[in-house]
Each structure stands twice: as C-alpha cells, then as structure tokens.
Design a protein around this ligand. Structure first.
Ligand SMILES: [Fe+2]
Ligand SMILES: [Fe+2]
Length: 176
C-alpha cells in the first residue's frame, strides 16, 4: 500500500522531469550517432553510455511514482538535434542540455519543498548530487575539446614557424 500520497504539484513535476530524462537519452543517442558517423568511436561510446544513464534516471523517477501508487505517464519525445558543425559544438550541446536538466531537477525539488513532500525531497536529492557530477564532466569535456582544437591549431602554427625559421637560417636570420 502506498504511504504518503504524492501532492499533485509534485506528480506534475516528476512527470515532466522523467520525460525530460527520456528526451535527454534520445538526445545523447543522436550525439553518439553523429560521432560514430565521423569515426569518433570513443565519443560515440561515451554518449551511448550517457544515454543509458539518462534512461536509468527516468526509471528511477518512474519507480518513485509507482512505489507511491501513481501511474507514470510517458509523453511524446521530441526529435533530438542531429546536426553539429564541430565536435566542440556537439559537446557544448551536451553541456547546455545538462544545465537545463539541472534547472528542471531544482524546479522539481522546489515543488517537493513547497508541498512538504519529504519522500520526494529525499528522492530528488540524489539527482541534485548527480547533476553536480554531470555538469563537472561536461565542463571537462568542453575544456578538453577546446584544448585539442588549440593544440591542433598550435601544432600547425608551430610547423609554419619552423618553416619560416628554417628559411631564415639559410641567410643567418633565425631569431624572430
Ligand atoms: Fe539525468
Ligand atoms: Fe545527464
């Protein structure tokens, strides 16, 4: 038998949030597919793993409702973004999705606080901590891709300078 009934405002928020988690899974699958098509197999694997985690998050919210006698309602999932100009744009998209997700979880938590729904508060706290980790890896991934872009640009500039310096050394003017 269900214990504390779930206040309607909290049901609405948890419904919205688990459907959002499912749409995040869909979006990560699209990111993984985009990377796989470019032979970025590491990125593709990473995004597929994220998609699986988002589905687990959705299930965790659905289980919370089920445990409390509420039937979760699955909504239509919008088509995810499938085109990106660069790897940097792809990882920036992942980061902005996670930031949106954090905002959604905080909104759900506020509803649970306002309704004095202690079981939902405890359940949502897990997600609050999870989002700290999710945002941290996103920031790291964006920074690493930015650094890789810089390193690529830097090494071609390095080769270019080497050519100039080599040419100059023939007439004794190697210093810049
Ligand atoms: Fe999630
Ligand atoms: Fe996530």
């Amino acid at each position: 038998m269900p214990g504390v009934p779930v206040p309607p405002a909290v049901v609405t928020e948890i419904q919205r949030q688990f459907n959002h988690e499912l749409s995040a899974a869909h979006a990560y699958t699209a990111l993984a597919t985009w990377c796989a098509e470019r032979n970025l197999k590491g990125f593709a694997r990473f995004f597929h793993k994220q998609a699986g985690e988002e589905r687990e998050h959705a299930q965790r919210f659905m289980d919370h409702l089920l445990d409390r006698g509420v039937m979760p309602e699955l909504a239509a999932i919008p088509a995810p973004r499938t085109a990106f100009k660069s790897v940097l744009e792809a990882v920036q998209h992942a980061r902005s999705m996670e930031q949106l997700n954090t905002a959604g979880i905080h909104q759900a938590y506020e509803a649970a606080l306002a309704a004095k729904d202690y079981p939902a508060q405890v359940a949502i706290q897990w997600f609050i901590s999870e989002q700290v980790e999710e945002e941290a890896w996103c920031d790291e991934l964006v920074a690493r891709v930015e650094a890789a872009n810089c390193a690529g640009g830097m090494s071609s500039l390095d080769r270019h300078l080497e050519k100039i310096l080599n040419a100059k050394s023939h007439d004794g003017g190697a210093e810049d």
